[in-house]
Design a protein around this ligand. Structure first.
Ligand code: SF4
Length: 403
């Protein structure tokens, strides 16, 4: 045959059309070969794990125990809900930790990408667990699998590393720059990192939880403050910790800006300067207990919340918004989405004023639009005057003695 001169293709190509697209083009030109299937399927499962773990806030063990049929759409709200088991704080009749966990009373609220990942897993294999420890018959290996069990966090970690390496090889071979960087301090990806990453993003976005809803598109705020956000599931504590770290980062940056001559205006400007200055004493502070963390979290000097075009120097006694509190009333936070322009807690940094200047420019264009309805133009003119006054007051205040 080889001597016939006819071109011969090695392997057994699958009779499937490659339908996955990257930047609108098929991700590969060649058909998938039968010998590649098992490795690609494992990469696909690892990718599904990333989507589910990152966008749901579930713990790794909770993701790994998800079963076929766990996803449903609530007929009244249209929300996508996942039922699953949880273990934290679950005890049996004798008060001992129950190793089997229990079905969570509240489902997780998830987004369409999570639903798509679950659909992929359900069509990829016939196992009852979505992340099985085995994938199809494996006649070519003496390796034994524990049938009917889920994958383990160790196995998932190895699969995540393999997925990262595969993506990086693919990028290299196709000239792409969107590689997955390897963390020099922890080369191996740990499944628990995704939950923490989600909390990191939520905490560091302006307007916190509200921004989480924006960041994740149609993700419902309930994900962080409702179903997945009950204290029993622990996620708010992780979120609170990330919020605290984000707040310390913000304060360190604010201190740097102040010492470089940043001007601050507004009714709470003096208090802002004092708090930013005082907060520097927490640098290098060691938190040994939950009590330490809670005390630090509620320290008045750390109650500074950057908003859009303003900074809230939060004092609950003077707050003009409906601030929220946690179940023990010790963690009170302002509702920046309900910020009232006359509130005595408002300070404006140079950065905030830059945001207001942009807003002024946009409004100035809108009020010049001859086709705009008159009531709207009047509202915009009033807002424009208000913002211009703030910017002017800020700029004039630069000559004040504390600058
Ligand atoms: S109204 Fe605005 S400035 Fe006042 S406490 Fe609420 S968020 Fe902070």
């Amino acid at each position: 045959m080889r001597g016939s001169g006819l071109p011969i293709r090695e392997g057994t190509p699958l009779l499937l059309t490659v339908s996955g697209l990257i930047d609108g083009r098929p991700w590969r030109a060649e058909p998938i070969d039968e010998r590649e299937v098992r490795a690609l399927a494992r990469h696909l499962i690892a990718a599904c794990f990333v989507v589910v773990a990152y966008l749901s806030g579930m713990r790794p063990g909770e993701v790994l125990s998800l079963e076929r049929g766990c996803l449903r759409r609530d007929p009244d709200t249209g929300m996508l809900l996942i039922s699953g088991r949880h273990w934290k704080g679950v005890r049996d009749d004798t008060g001992d930790h129950n190793p089997h966990g229990e079905v969570r009373p509240d489902p997780w609220v998830v987004t369409e990408p999570v639903a798509a990942a679950i659909d992929v897993l359900q069509s990829l294999h016939d196992e009852s667990l979505l992340f099985p420890n085995r994938l199809g018959a494996r006649a070519d290996s003496a390796q034994r699998f524990r049938d009917g069990r889920s994958s383990t966090t160790g196995r998932v970690s190895r699969d995540l590393d393999a997925l990262r390496d595969w993506v990086n090889h693919y990028c290299e071979a196709t000239g792409r720059s969107d590689t997955i960087p390897i963390d020099p301090e922890q080369r191996s990806i740990q499944p628990r990192q995704f939950r923490r990453t989600l909390a990191w993003f939520i905490a560091r976005k302006p307007r916190g939880i509200v921004a989480a809803a924006i960041q994740y598109g149609h993700l419902k705020v309930q994900m962080t403050v409702g179903y997945a956000g009950t204290y029993a599931c622990g996620f708010p504590d992780e979120l609170a910790f990330e919020e605290l770290l984000a707040r310390l980062d913000n304060l360190a940056e604010a201190h740097q800006r102040l010492t470089s001559g940043e001007h601050v205006s507004g009714p709470a400007a003096e208090l802002y300067r004092d708090r930013v200055h005082n907060a520097q004493r927490f640098t290098g502070h060691v938190l040994a207990t939950h009590r330490d963390a809670r005390k630090l979290y509620t320290n008045p000097d750390l109650q500074i919340f950057p908003g859009v075009g303003m900074t809230c120097v939060f004092d609950p006694q003077r707050a003009a918004c409906r601030f929220s509190r946690d179940d023990t009333d010790s963690r009170r936070t302002p509702d920046l989405s309900d910020c009232q322009p006359y509130c005595a807690n408002i300070a404006r940094t140079d950065g905030d004023i830059d945001v207001l200047r942009e807003h002024v420019q946009r409004l100035a264009q809108l009020v010049d639009d001859p086709l705009a309805p008159e009531p709207r133009t009047q509202r915009d003119r009033h807002e424009l005057r208000r913002l211009r006054t703030m910017v002017l007051d800020h700029d004039n205040g630069r000559t004040a003695p504390h600058d």
